[in-house]
Design a protein around this ligand. Sequence first.
Ligand SMILES: [Ca+2]
Ligand SMILES: [Ca+2]
Ligand SMILES: [Ca+2]
Length: 264
Amino acid sequence: MLLSLLIACNNTTTAKDAISLGDTATNADSGAGADSAELGDSGGDTGTPPACPVDSDSVTFVTDSIAVGTSSEGFDLDGDGVIDNAAALAKSLLDPQLLDFTANQPEVLILQLWDLQDWCNDAVGVGFINGLDTDGDPSDNHSGSEVFDPGADVDADGHAVYAGAGTIAGSVVTGTIFHAQLNFGFVSIDTATPLYLSGTVAADGFSGIVGTAVDAVALGSFLESQGLPASLATSLADVDTDGDGTADAVSAAFEVHTVTCGIH
Ligand SMILES: [Ca+2]
Ligand SMILES: [Ca+2]
Ligand SMILES: [Ca+2]
């Protein structure tokens, strides 16, 4: 299970701690408090303090594994105190599509962090980049050294245009990306809520949960393009983004694992 990796610097952080952060402000507070206590324990227990220092304008990680999260994994997108992950109901249908996407397609999902000085305690910029594998060979995409074309998804500073703010505390990273467009080849889907992430991060990558909601109509078009029924999206809709009393977006959370990569 990916979440078993949520132990690098904070060896008592549980999956629930890491993913129940619909209220990001509250979660960031509690995470920071717990981490300051645990870091000393971690070092004493293992005798190997985490490698915290880093000084990098930006780091980029490519997704090498993505699967739909379970119904208990995700974020509270509508503020009612309950995790929202309607896509969990379609996990068995969607996971094979995601596996094929990750293994075989030239489009890649890249997580970027910047203004990064300390792997264990820092405020950072976070963003998502739809990258393109330009060598026609997907077999080296997860080698740790592949370089992808970020296209128009980075600004003049080389930072993701789909950006937000994040916090690293005890190597647990939480972040909010205010809006993103996710490119699955010939179909792009805009997020209908912010995109949240929570997991562990270190020099070799991020591992954790990424969650958001997408417009039900747009998702229906995407499903149709994949040979799946468009009506599935309507039936899964659970988030009312415009406040008219009718759910119009589908919440979705994913278990994401990444490895290092470059962009040019
Ligand atoms: Ca909720
Ligand atoms: Ca490649
Ligand atoms: Ca609505």
